[in-house]
Design a protein around this ligand. Structure first.
Ligand code: CAA
Length: 381
């Protein structure tokens, strides 16, 4: 077993690390405080091809493998988790399902501009009363001549109000007492689509999260993504991919918190010596470093399994997301503890990492949902 990165993966990681450190990290605090969408940072990432990382070059993407994608998201999140979630969502739950389920015409029309970073994507699954219980949707899409007419409300839409392309799951009928769900590609300029509210969040505040309202939104049948009734397959397949990204993002936040705590512990003196020389702090640092390493390995393993075309990547993605997100919360809490009172102040970055980490155990499936996916997988073995 070879755990080394290949030359291309190393190059991807190093170039993105440099960009993220120089162009994203210095702006992170200001954009967070002001809830300002990071257009400028995204322009730079688009130029590097990072808004279509896992999309083949023939469709305008960078053609990365999933391992490189994971490394890239860790680096971006290390600089600013808000930017990373915007990039993760457009890549993994908007571009990716169009690549996997789209017709050639849909790929040319929607995927190419997304992958080139000319447009941004969003994923509309959750609703006010259907979060974890994702199949229990109320949004409908009624066939009408050559069109479908969509009505309903979607919530927790990352990139809502900033995206041109939305993947929308809606109920198209009923089959043997079960809701038939179908996926659609909906452009932002369709009449009847509007932002009904904007969330003001604890963390990842530079990313925009909205509720979207669909009132008689008419889309042509050719905007259906996948077959009739394949909507949940499109959604869950996308989330299998997205969860590798969220695991990587969580590793990035944790690494940033750990590095600041490590530096602080060498500098801060208590009882006559740097606190890094006290066993209480040394052991915390040891645990943090070990957990970050374990989460990264789990995440890269899920990515490598996906690259190898393995069958159980959904379970591996859920394991990576579960462990990395819970780990990030523990590590960020300890980073504050090592900083003492200073860690609670906005003068230090660790309070931001702590806030940014909190959502990672919730979005793209809570930790409890990941345990359902994992337990179903292991019980099938
Ligand atoms: N790949 C492809 N298809 C899949 C699949 C997968 N990994 N998992 C399930 N499916 C299919 C099933 O085969 C089934 O198809 P049929 O109806 O044709 O048989 C269908 O999808 C429904 O599957 P289940 O019967 O297993 O569904 P369930 O009701 O038991 O739910 C669950 C399972 C694991 C709880 C699931 O609902 C789930 O993952 N919930 C969490 C949803 C989630 O992650 N939401 C986050 C939204 S995105 C977000 O956070 C905002 C953002 O912008 C980032």
């Amino acid at each position: 077993m070879d755990l080394r990165l290949n030359e291309e993966q190393e190059m991807v990681r190093n170039s993105i690390r440099e960009f993220a450190e120089n162009e994203i990290a210095p702006l992170a605090r200001e954009y967070d405080e002001e809830e300002k969408f990071p257009h400028k940072q995204l322009e730079g990432l688009a130029e590097m091809g990072l808004l279509g990382m896992i999309i083949p070059e023939e469709y305008g993407g960078a053609g990365f493998d999933s391992v490189s994608y994971s490394l890239a998201l860790e680096e971006i999140a290390h600089a600013d988790a808000s930017v990373a979630v915007i990039v993760g969502v457009t890549n993994s739950v908007c571009c990716y399902p169009i690549l996997g389920f789209g017709t050639e015409k849909q790929k040319q029309e929607f995927l190419v501009p997304l992958a080139k970073g000319e447009k941004l994507g969003a994923f509309c699954l959750s609703e006010p009363h259907a979060g974890s219980d994702a199949t229990n949707l109320k949004t409908t899409a009624r066939a009408d001549g050559e069109d479908f007419v969509i009505n309903g409300t979607k919530s927790w839409v990352t990139n809502g109000g900033e995206s041109e392309i939305h993947i929308v799951m809606a109920v198209t009928g009923e089959n043997a007492g079960k809701k038939e769900v179908t996926a659609f590609i909906v452009e932002d300029d369709r009449e009847g689509l509007s932002v009904s509210s904007v969330e003001h969040k604890l963390g990842q505040r530079a990313s925009k999260t909205t509720e979207l309202s669909f009132v008689d939104v008419r889309v042509p049948k050719e905007n259906m993504l996948g077959g009739l009734g394949e909507g949940m397959k499109v959604a869950f397949n996308s989330l299998d991919n997205g969860r590798i990204g969220i695991g990587s993002l969580a590793v990035g936040i944790a690494r940033a918190a750990y590095e600041e705590a490590l530096a602080y512990s060498k500098d801060r003196v208590a009882f006559g010596k740097p606190i890094s020389e006290h066993q209480a702090i040394k052991f915390k640092l040891a645990d943090m470093a070990t957990e970050i390493e374990a989460a990264r390995l789990l995440t890269l393993k899920a990515a490598a399994a996906k690259d190898a075309g393995g069958k159980k990547t959904g379970v591996q993605a859920s394991m990576a997301k579960l462990y990395a997100s819970e780990m990030a919360n523990r590590v960020c809490a300890e980073a504050i503890q090592i900083h003492g009172g200073n860690g609670y102040s906005r003068h230090y970055n660790v309070e931001k990492y702590y806030r940014d980490a909190r959502i990672t155990t919730i979005y793209e499936g809570t930790s409890e949902i990941q345990k359902i996916v994992i337990s179903r997988g292991v019980l099938k073995d």
